[in-house]
Design a protein around this ligand. Structure first.
Ligand SMILES: Cc1cc2nc3c(=O)[nH]c(=O)nc-3n(C[C@H](O)[C@H](O)[C@H](O)COP(=O)(O)OP(=O)(O)OC[C@H]3O[C@@H](n4cnc5c(N)ncnc54)[C@H](O)[C@@H]3O)c2cc1C
Length: 383
């Protein structure tokens, strides 16, 4: 067992840290106000190789492992949590396209995504409910050399900023469940695509919204994986995004802890630094312990993926624990910083609203616990 990082990882993480401090952290609040990412920053991130660290070099990635991708992600998320939402979406959509797409179709899209030119979206959730994802009703009907898509996808991160989406649709008969679903690459400038945006509590620079698909025609070679296998094959990518999401949220918790240790050591009450009161320092010490343990779980899950070993249950553990823990830690840091942290002068209130979203996005804690329980006693024993 080796927990050390390589010189190559250290260099990449160092570059990410400097980039985050200079270009991301100062504009965390501004991006929320604008409700979007500025494209020049994304292109610079593309040039530095921050998108698709783990994706093949042929598509513009760095061709490194998932652990390294996680280390870069958490470093940048310490500066701006929301950039992580985009990085996770790039990693998830990019892995799906690179693994299941036809190279001549996906290559131009992947190159644009990894260069920071094109924002991708993942369109799975529907208005009828996201947890029971295999019950989706958006249809894709085969018509000659094309598929025609109709219906509505909702809660889609980057709905109004994205240039392309991975869309899951029913190709089997109604009621065909997980075995009648296919995944498609859908360029979002096609006729019949319209979008609208929600006013979310947090994560606003990701501009979450709805994709309306009205007779959208894509060539048949835009199918990802085999027909009717889109749920079974393509959903495996979520085991990866769930571990990354854990690191994304924990990065915010770790940054908040660092800042809070410093401010609590500086500020005084009753003639002593705040940290001299065990009511302040013990909860912070407990948070350090929990965050460290959860981070190791996330890195271990990415390591399992890199070894080609099963990691579905571990990924679900990262996904329910990481966002919940991060929310609790940021909340406690906010309280220890007093009223100042309840105002928009400090980043804690935004961090709190931001990390809350991933207790829902990519699957709720209840659904993650179903996944873990099924891995222990089988699918039929847990409903
Ligand atoms: C920040 C954020 C980002 C997102 N990004 C995307 C995206 O990019 N693409 C995309 O497709 N979707 C995205 N979503 C949607 C997200 O995946 C869904 O919101 C989520 O899966 C839950 O679906 P729902 O909101 O329809 O809730 P529902 O499925 O209606 O669930 C409502 C409640 O019931 C509980 N519940 C449901 N079934 C069970 C059960 N069997 N046992 C116990 N409890 C249960 C749930 O845990 C939840 O608390 C995002 C959501 C958020 C908040």
């Amino acid at each position: 067992m080796n927990f050390s990082t390589s010189p190559e990882q250290d260099e990449l993480v160092g570059t990410a840290r400097r980039f985050g401090q200079e270009h991301l952290a100062p504009f965390y609040k501004q991006r929320e106000r604008e409700g979007a990412f500025d494209r020049a920053t994304l292109r610079r991130m593309g040039e530095l190789g921050f998108f698709g660290v783990e994706l093949p070099e042929a598509y513009g990635g760095l061709g490194l492992d998932s652990v390294t991708a996680g280390l870069v992600l958490e470093t940048l998320c310490a500066a701006d949590y929301n950039i992580g939402q985009l990085m996770v979406t790039v990693s998830l959509a990019g892995t799906i396209l690179a693994t299941h797409g036809q190279p001549h179709v996906v290559e131009p899209w992947l190159k644009g995504i990894l260069a920071g030119e094109t924002i991708p979206a993942i369109a799975l959730t529907e208005p009828g409910g996201g947890s029971d994802a295999a019950n989706l009703v958006v249809r894709a009907q085969r018509a000659g050399d094309t598929y025609v898509l109709d219906g509505e996808k909702t809660s889609t991160s980057f709905a109004t900023q994205a240039g392309v989406a991975v869309v899951w649709a029913r190709t089997g008969p109604p009621g065909s469940g997980a075995r009648g679903i296919s995944a498609f690459l859908v360029p979002l400038d096609l006729p019949g695509v319209t979008t609208s945006e929600f006013e979310d509590l947090g994560g606003r620079s990701a501009g979450r919204g709805t994709l309306h698909l009205d007779g959208v025609t894509v060539p048949a070679d835009h199918l990802l994986g085999a027909e009717n296998q889109g749920f079974v094959q393509v959903m495996q990518g979520f085991d990866y995004s769930r571990a990354l999401i854990g690191l994304q949220c924990l990065a915010v918790a770790r940054q908040s802890l660092e800042e809070t240790w410093a401010s609590a050591a500086e500020r005084r009450s009753f003639g002593k630094p705040l940290t001299a009161h065990q009511g302040v320092s013990f909860p912070l010490a407990e948070a350090e312990t929990h965050v460290h343990a959860c981070r190791l779980l996330c890195l271990n899950t990415l390591w399992l993926k890199d070894q080609g070993l099963p990691h579905t249950a571990e990924a679900a553990m990262c996904k329910w624990w990481g966002p919940k823990l991060a929310f609790e830690v940021v909340q406690n840091c906010l309280l220890i910083n007093g009223h100042g942290a309840y105002t928009a002068e400090m980043p804690y209130e935004q961090r709190l609203r931001d990390v809350l979203g991933l207790q829902i996005g990519d699957g709720t804690a209840q659904i993650m616990k179903l996944v873990i329980a099924r891995s222990k006693v089988g699918r039929d024993a847990v409903t």
